[in-house]
Design a protein around this ligand. Structure first.
Ligand SMILES: [Zn+2]
Length: 384
């Protein structure tokens, strides 16, 4: 089997919508249709060939042909026949073999500990691994990122589809980290480096962009979703119509140093006052809570209010319906979340946003790991 070498073509890849100007070759149509079959099986579970034809609009002949190829590469297995009430030949059910290939996910967002994992094709985490960084930066940090990936690769018990990496910083669509100040990286071709070191397909993305993919694929996210990660900093990942948006400078969702309001605010590491990060970053909230000496309701309410003020124009402009917050539940749940939603509602046209959803992310600590794996699934198999 060779799940690591599917034909890549017009299947939308990371951060790109389908290219409608590119000529569609027969081989492209085939890989597009194969991705469609896999996507349908991923979404619905056990299906017959006739079910797949119905869901996709492909002919039964085309579906049978593509399924034969997928069975050949072990990605799809026959389960046996469905018990049917009506007479005639019962249909054979098919499903994706979640262990036909595994995926390695790497999370570099915790500067003290790089994490990696092996997941199956359904996104279930099979093993996790850690590398203490000792605060390393620059080349040393890059070497430790390779080491974190290697540990998971060594633990894999199935052929690997690829390696996905979520990293802090601004990352272009080729997996070069343009800038990640906390890791001392600028113009670091991390994807090329890992590809060379590991000999596998590697996809590198910003950690918030990986997280939003996890929430969409394995949580209960809708195709139009903004996920805000609140940790050492504040950043967001954005999906519109199911497509990740990277922006003109690959910096979509870099909202941490947007100043909220005109009344100043706490000083920020960047030199300004009142940045979203100054109000909301976890270390700042924890420090504030310790200093307040009360139950922290006032502090958390103000942080939530500032988040709502910053988000209202974004939600209005993009006509978003769903926003997920990812971070420590003890800080985000309760006063902070309630104040953010209240502020958003106060500042928006209720008629068009009456159903606005602001909630905690369904996934928790492993959101970046599983999101990095989801990016590999999308890029290598067209399953998103
Ligand atoms: Zn700032």
């Amino acid at each position: 089997m060779s799940p690591s070498t599917p034909a890549r073509s017009v299947v939308p890849t990371w951060g790109r919508a389908l290219d409608t100007t590119a000529k569609v070759l027969p081989s492209h149509a085939r890989s597009h249709n194969r991705a469609l079959v896999l996507q349908t099986l991923a979404a619905h579970g056990e299906l017959s060939r006739a079910d797949i034809a119905r869901h996709t609009g492909l002919t039964r002949v085309t579906v049978s042909d593509l399924v034969a190829e997928l069975i050949d590469t072990s990605l799809v297995v026959e389960l046996g026949q469905r018990a049917e009430a009506r007479p005639g030949k019962p249909a054979t059910l098919l499903q994706i073999d979640k262990d036909a290939a595994h995926i390695v996910g790497v999370d570099l967002s915790d500067l003290a500990t790089f994490r990696s994992c092996v997941v199956d094709l359904e996104g279930t985490v099979l093993s996790t691994h850690e590398v203490d960084t000792g605060g390393a930066t620059g080349q040393a940090a890059a070497a430790l990122a390779v080491e974190a990936a290697r540990r998971a690769v060594a633990a894999a018990r199935a052929p690997l589809l690829g390696v996905g990496v979520g990293t802090p910083g601004i990352v272009d669509s080729r997996g070069t980290v343009l800038t990640a100040p906390n890791l001392g990286w600028s113009d670091l071709p991390l994807q090329d480096l890992l590809t060379e070191e590991l000999g596998l397909a590697v996809h590198v993305a910003n950690d918030a962009n990986a997280a939003v993919m996890a929430e969409r694929r394995f949580g209960d996210g809708t195709p139009d979703l903004m996920l805000i990660r609140i940790g050492g900093g504040v950043g967001a990942g954005l999906l519109l119509g199911g497509v990740p948006r990277l922006g003109a400078h690959f910096a979509t969702g870099e909202i941490g140093h947007v100043v909220v309001g005109t009344d100043g605010g706490p000083p920020c590491a960047c030199g300004k006052n009142g940045c979203l990060e100054a109000w909301l970053a976890v270390p700042n909230l924890r420090r504030g809570l310790a200093a307040a000496g009360d139950d922290g309701t006032e502090l958390l309410t103000e942080a939530g209010r500032r988040l709502g003020i910053a988000m209202a124009p974004v939600v209005g402009t993009l006509d978003l319906y769903e926003i997920a917050l990812s971070g420590p539940p003890d800080l985000l749940e309760g006063p902070l979340l309630e104040a953010a939603l209240r502020t958003l509602r106060e500042r928006m046209l209720i008629a068009s946003h009456h159903d606005l959803r602001l909630r905690l992310a369904a996934l928790s600590d492993d959101i970046v790991l599983r999101g990095a794996a989801a990016i590999v699934l999308g890029a290598e198999l067209g399953v998103s």
